[in-house]
Design a protein around this ligand. Structure first.
Ligand SMILES: Nc1nc2c(c(=O)[nH]1)N[C@H]1C(S)=C(S)[C@@H](COP(=O)(O)OP(=O)(O)OC[C@H]3O[C@@H](n4cnc5c(=O)[nH]c(N)nc54)[C@H](O)[C@@H]3O)O[C@H]1N2
Ligand SMILES: Nc1nc2c(c(=O)[nH]1)N[C@H]1C(S)=C(S)[C@@H](COP(=O)(O)OP(=O)(O)OC[C@H]3O[C@@H](n4cnc5c(=O)[nH]c(N)nc54)[C@H](O)[C@@H]3O)O[C@H]1N2
Ligand SMILES: [Mo]
Length: 728
């Protein structure tokens, strides 16, 4: 090469331009830092087996070239010094943090030995299989648990999405998703895509540009509320009261779809009576949203045809009356005949990992090799029978601490976790303490987390850039990414660990015997995709032969006991109208609220609301990255309204002691107009200020078992030198 040529190449290298001269290659992958409805296509720039840059893939239909701050921090995530480098076996007392490296074969043999020992002595149900927020290994982990004979496969979905699906199942029999491109008006009930899902945010923005009207229900001011035609600003947890007040306007003003209600619903008369208590004035009193706005919103929603409901996996159901509240909200779709119609919410079946991608797979059959009836009752079946009946065959992990402590209805002896984060549980420290009754705890994670430090055996797994994983996208797109670099250190993909364990735990399982790729081929057979086809298109492909959208499937009978859409749930009728389990969507204020506990409200005058998404963090998994921390300096912080800050006499960055009856943490004040007066918003996932140490372990919704993360009571006091929270 000439000197000039070498000079140009050096400049091209510095600019990270791919080509033979620079040795930089672009490889296709996906960003699995978020999961799974939020995964962006990635162009990964690789040189000498090292990732030197990441960009969003232009051609990817989900993110169309864009990438959020989290994805852009990929290199720091991948190469972080806290990555677990080898399997580690505890070498001191549990929790001492002393470990010694062991080989993978030792680690897997020991895991199998301990799990089989527990099975032999206490039955297969004594082994718990858990997956944290990571979704891609789930069908394989669930099959492993059930093939082993344990009904105790559980996941982070004990706090996310399942309760929202349950609310819809009780009402419609089958969940649906908003069909925004054909909608005139979207009622966005607690969703802030602009912070939680930038791919969906771009899609929503396209519809707003087209002229979609948007009503947003949210306690805070957010980028979504800023774009709304109407914003209903309610107190957290008051959703049911607001929805019932809107339903009353729609019914009493005759704005409902009479034909649809008469022909296809059950319990309308009782529902219409039930809502009469919720006058607009009472709605205002119970929720804080002005009566005239409640009337306006109801009229606007009912008058727009078709109209859809954008809902979330979490905030509404993170309340102690969450499922009932969302049932009341979804009833608005039923009242207005906007269920399972174009432009309303279309009932769809999930293709893979809860994504309705319009192609058929055998995921369900794969993950359930044995009927639940052949196994012991799952964890939580005693306390949350509705969950056990309709949640889809996962154990309710929020009951794990109690069953560990009591050994009832049967003892639990071993826990195999993939990305288990103990701070996800309310009363997190109590959950940790309950591990004392376990003979063996294994946790597989990317990073050496505090949960790993409490385990007996730690397994290093790799990130999406180092593994092959299959993803489905709602636009009928599918992708099987391939590793763009070899797994770092001795880390391995979760699924490889699962398949190796299957060889030892259920050696006769016909699909495990065939391996991961053949299993995928089996799962994908109905839609004609094969691993080979997918490998040839690492950037992903549109699937042929998508299923046609069929509307009004309820005409042939809804998947409910009555065969109709149920304002009054026949499933819940069987539970004897117990408080919280009423067959009509009853409203109960949050169990810890001024309304329910006036005795506590004087000492704890603020509403505590935890976990509203911040664009640069994701639960517990990114707060150790300095690039992302620099985007919100001074964190962990509590967001409060400037009015409250003034009353408390604090400025941005001042220390505050945030206390509840369950615990206290020290945080910085962050006065912001986004926060509603009287509400303290705290992000979750921080070791130094764990939001979930502030809640009691039984602060759960009686239908779903979901924790009331979004509404309880707290106090805020300016902290002086030496003030300490109770959780480190
Ligand atoms: N207070 C409060 N608590 C909440 C919420 C809230 O709003 N407020 N939200 C709830 C909701 S909706 C959710 S979804 C949960 C999420 O709860 P968590 O499961 O706690 O989520 P993360 O912290 O993202 O991930 C857990 C672990 O997975 C590890 N991990 C990352 N990638 C992989 C991988 O590929 N394989 C394996 N094996 N491990 C991996 C991470 O390093 C991390 O240690 O939190 C719930 N908790
Ligand atoms: N950056 C980032 N993105 C994420 C995540 C993350 O941790 N970080 N987590 C992912 C996961 S697991 C989930 S489940 C989704 C959640 O996704 P979203 O639901 O879109 O996000 P949130 O910020 O949790 O909640 C949306 C809005 O609900 C409001 N809200 C809070 N409490 C209540 C309430 O009681 N009633 C009503 N009506 N509204 C309330 C909040 O003010 C917030 O603006 O985000 C996903 N995306
Ligand atoms: Mo979630």
């Amino acid at each position: 090469m000439t000197t000039a040529g070498a000079d140009i190449s050096a400049r091209r290298l510095k600019a990270k331009i791919p080509g033979p001269d620079t040795g930089i290659e672009i490889k296709k992958s996906i960003c699995a830092i978020c999961d799974p409805a939020t995964q962006c296509g990635l162009d990964v720039f690789v040189r000498d087996g090292r990732v030197i840059k990441v960009e969003g893939s232009e051609e990817h239909p989900f993110n169309r070239g864009s990438l959020c701050a989290k994805g852009a921090a990929h290199r720091q995530y991948l190469y972080h010094p806290d990555r677990i480098k080898t399997p580690l076996l505890r070498a001191g007392p549990r929790g001492s943090g002393r470990f010694e490296p062991v080989s993978w074969s030792e680690a897997l043999n020991l895991t199998a030995e301990k799990l089989l020992q527990a099975k032999e002595k206490f039955g297969p149900e004594s082994v718990v299989f858990f997956s944290g927020y990571t979704k891609y290994p789930r069908p394989f982990l669930r099959r492993l648990a059930h093939a082993f004979g344990s009904p105790n496969y559980c996941t982070e979905s004990s706090t996310c999405n399942t309760a929202t699906a349950m609310a819809q199942k009780l009402l419609f029999g089958r969940p649906g998703s908003p069909d925004l491109p054909n909608s005139q008006c979207a009622l966005i009930w607690s969703c802030n895509y602009f912070h939680s899902n930038h791919g969906q945010a771009m899609a929503l923005q396209r519809e707003l540009d087209r002229g979609l009207k948007m009503i947003v229900v949210d306690p805070r001011l957010t980028p979504t509320t800023a774009k709304a035609s109407l914003h209903l600003r309610l107190r957290p947890g008051a959703d049911g009261a607001l929805a019932l007040a809107m339903a009353r306007v729609i019914i009493n003003e005759g704005l409902f779809d009479r034909r649809f209600v008469e022909d296809h619903t059950y319990g309308f008369r009782e529902f219409a009576e039930h809502v009469q208590d919720y006058t607009p004035a009472r709605g205002e009193e119970l929720t804080g949203a002005p009566a005239e706005k409640i009337i306006l919103a109801a009229r606007m929603f009912a008058a727009s045809k078709p109209a859809s409901l954008v809902y979330s996996a979490s905030p509404v159901v993170h309340n102690t009356n969450g499922v009932q509240n969302y049932r009341a909200v979804f009833s608005l779709l039923a009242l207005t005949g906007n269920y399972d119609v174009r432009g309303g919410n279309l009932a769809k079946s999930s293709s893979y990992l809860h994504v309705a991608a319009k192609f058929a797979t055998r995921e369900r059959e794969f993950e359930s090799p044995r009927p639940m009836s052949e196994m012991a009752p799952m964890i939580g079946a005693d306390k949350f029978p509705v969950w056990a009946e309709i949640a889809g065959g996962e154990a309710q992990a929020m009951r794990l601490p109690d069953q560990l402590r009591s050994g009832r209805p049967y003892p639990l002896k071993a826990l195999l976790g993939f990305g288990l984060n103990y701070r996800m549980w309310p009363a997190s420290e109590n959950f940790l303490e309950s591990w004392n009754s376990l003979d063996f705890v294994i946790n597989a994670d990317v990073f050496m987390t505090d949960s790993c430090r409490r385990a007996d055996l730690v397994l290093p797994v790799c990130t999406s850039l180092e593994r092959a994983e299959f993803r489905a996208y709602p636009m009928g797109y599918a992708q099987l990414c391939q590793p763009v670099i070899a797994p770092l250190h001795q880390s391995r993909p979760d699924v490889d660990v699962i398949y190796d364990l299957a060889e030892k735990l259920c050696p006769d399982d016909p699909l495990f015997k065939k391996g991961y790729e053949e299993s995928l081929n089996w799962i994908l057979e109905p839609c004609g995709l094969t691993v080979e086809k997918l490998k040839n298109r690492p950037e992903g492909l549109y699937v042929d032969n998508l299923q046609e959208t069929v509307e009004r499937k309820y005409m042939e009978g809804a998947a409910t006991p009555s065969g109709k859409i149920e304002f009054k749930s026949m499933i819940l009728e069987r539970y004897g109208e117990k408080p919280g389990l009423e067959s009509l969507p009853a409203y109960h204020p949050p169990r810890l609220s001024r309304e329910a506990r006036p005795d506590l409200a004087a000492e704890y005058p603020f509403i505590l609301n935890t976990g509203s998404r911040l664009p640069m963090f994701l639960h517990s998994r990114l707060n150790h990255l300095s690039w992302l921390r620099s985007l919100r300096p001074g964190h962990p912080a509590v967001d409060i309204s400037p009015i409250d800050a003034e009353r408390l006499g604090v400025k941005a960055g001042d220390a505050l002691l945030l206390s509840t009856p369950a615990g206290s943490v020290k945080v910085k004040a962050n006065p912001t107009r986004m926060a509603l007066e009287g509400v303290a918003h705290l992000y979750h996932g921080w070791p130094q200020a764990n939001a979930n140490s502030l809640l009691a372990g039984d602060y759960l919704d009686p239908i779903s078992g979901f924790p009331g993360y979004k509404s309880s009571l707290c106090s805020l006091k300016k902290a002086t030198e030496g003030t300490e929270g109770t959780e480190g």
